[in-house]
Design a protein around this ligand. Structure first.
Ligand code: SDX
Length: 434
């Protein structure tokens, strides 16, 4: 972060003295105006609901250019990482800032593998849930419960403790997501295996049963691994901001990640892949698309084109292109090229991309539009799509949390407000209130 020669001057039309603010430049992307002294200098707050124009922190982890459709993890384009690396290499990069060499990669992979089991007591948390509980409710509960196993042995000011927490979370999320699935379908939990890769281990914990040998499909494992890479981090999105805000109070990382999972569940955020697939099922056939689009354009309908639009990307989400490629690969491997949902999605995408309503609002397919179709083809139930997203985003959340906790300037996050409620007034005792 470097000081710009330019400064920002805030002047007022009522003669209040103007105030100057420093401007900082990043490596790339918009400059920022440091308004930390605004309230002390003017007695006023800024007003930015939804943080449309607010940088909440500085970060070295992920950069997005919404106009160019660019996404960099530690400076590496997502298109290159998705082709040249696997998910654990990407985890190493997000956590440490550099891609691992062969020795570092082996050590990191072995360390994560050795933390994939959860405490045997964890299985009893599942029994409190109904079998048909939404997996995200189960994950919020069980990941939060991990706090109880490590809270006392966790000093978040100790970099080694933070590193071990990051490894534990990255390693145990697949186990907990698979356990949530097995609990839901009434099958026995499957223990992780140390001779399998991260994604192969997850697929086996999800789909193997004690009744027969499970043979994993390398194309499908690679597809899942790519889904995890594409969802690993995404700057200061709603759930990452939730993790940072929770972490700013000094809460332990397991509780912070549980808060991130809760936020990701929302259909406007990580729940969009589940919502997008349900939307495709609701439309049903290509000839029903025009009627649906008409509903979307009717503001009173409250109907949105799920999997379209993005707060930052006002061009194609680069992850959506890669996800579409993965879609083709998986459907071809499974002989589902004529999958009706995929055909419907392609038709809907074509129509939306040619429709002035969406073009004028810069609404393009985002990562969630195709990820649901791929996950459906992999045999993952719709209700678990966001759980997979949470499994992938855990590394991004914990890398951002770690960056915040290790920042000497870090303070507890405490936004202010514009109060528009009642002025001060006196309480009347009940008897006098009639
Ligand atoms: C993720 O932040 C991240 O980085 C998130 C994420 C990540 O990796 O962490 O990328 C993951 O959350 C992707 C987004 C998944 N959500 C969806 O697909 C749900 C559908 N999309 C929308 O709900 C919406 O697009 C948002 C929430 C994603 C963005 O909301 P904004 O920023 O408030 O949308 P906008 O201001 O750009 O909208 C501009 C206009 C508005 O209409 P007008 O008031 O101008 O008439 O477009 C409309 C919006 O109503 N609009 C849509 C729409 N999205 C925006 N209209 C129909 N369908 C949509 N999907």
């Amino acid at each position: 972060m470097t000081n710009s020669e330019t400064k920002a001057t805030l002047s007022f039309s009522d003669g209040t003295p103007s105030v100057d603010f420093p401007i900082y430049k990043g490596t790339v992307g918009p400059d920022v105006i440091d308004i930390r002294k605004l309230y002390a200098g003017t007695g006023k707050f800024t007003y930015d609901p939804g943080f449309m124009s607010t940088a909440a922190c500085n970060s070295t982890i992920t950069y997005i250019d919404g106009d160019k459709g660019e996404l960099l993890y530690r400076g590496y384009p997502i298109e290159q990482l998705a082709v040249n690396c696997d998910f654990l290499e990407t985890c190493y990069l997000l956590l440490n800032g550099e891609l691992p060499d062969t020795t570092q990669n082996k050590k990191f992979s072995d360390t994560v593998t050795k933390h994939t089991m959860v405490h045997e007591q964890m299985q009893f948390f599942f029994r409190g849930f109904r079998r048909d509980a939404h997996p995200m409710a189960v994950l919020v509960g069980t990941v939060g419960a991990l706090s109880s196993f490590y809270h006392d042995s966790l000093d978040i000011t100790d970099p080694h403790h933070r590193e071990v927490s990051a490894i534990r979370l990255i390693a145990k999320l697949p186990t907990l997501v698979a356990m949530a699935y097995k609990y839901n379908v009434g099958q026995p939990f499957v223990y992780p295996r140390n001779d399998l890769s991260y994604s192969a281990n997850f697929m086996r914990m999800m789909f193997s049963t004690p009744c027969e040998e499970y043979k994993s499909n390398d194309v499908l494992v690679r597809a899942l691994d790519r889904i995890l890479i594409l969802h690993a981090d995404h700057e200061q999105n709603a759930s990452t901001s939730t993790v940072r805000l929770a972490g700013s109070s000094g809460a332990n990382p397991f509780a912070c990640i549980a808060a991130g999972i809760a936020c990701l569940w929302g259909p406007a955020h990580g729940g969009a892949n589940e919502a997008a697939l349900n939307m495709l099922k609701e439309i049903g056939t290509v000839d029903k698309i025009p009627e649906f689009i008409k509903q979307v354009k009717d503001k009173n309908s409250g109907v949105k084109l799920m999997g379209f639009g993005h707060r930052v990307y006002k061009n194609f989400d680069p992850r959506a292109k890669l996800m579409r490629e993965t879609c083709y690969e998986v459907l071809e491997e499974l002989g589902l090229q004529d999958d009706p949902l995929f055909k419907l999605a392609m038709a809907l995408e074509k129509i939306a991309l040619e429709d002035e309503y969406f073009v004028s609002r810069k609404l393009y397919p985002n990562v969630d539009f195709y990820s649901g179709i791929v996950q459906s083809a992999l045999g993952i139930p719709v209700s678990l799509f966001t759980g997979i997203f949470a499994m992938a985003r855990t590394v991004g959340w914990i890398a951002q949390w770690n960056e915040m906790i290790s920042d000497p300037e870090q303070k507890i996050g405490r936004p202010r407000q514009l109060y528009i409620g009642s002025p001060s007034r006196n309480v009347k005792p009940l008897a006098e209130r009639g």
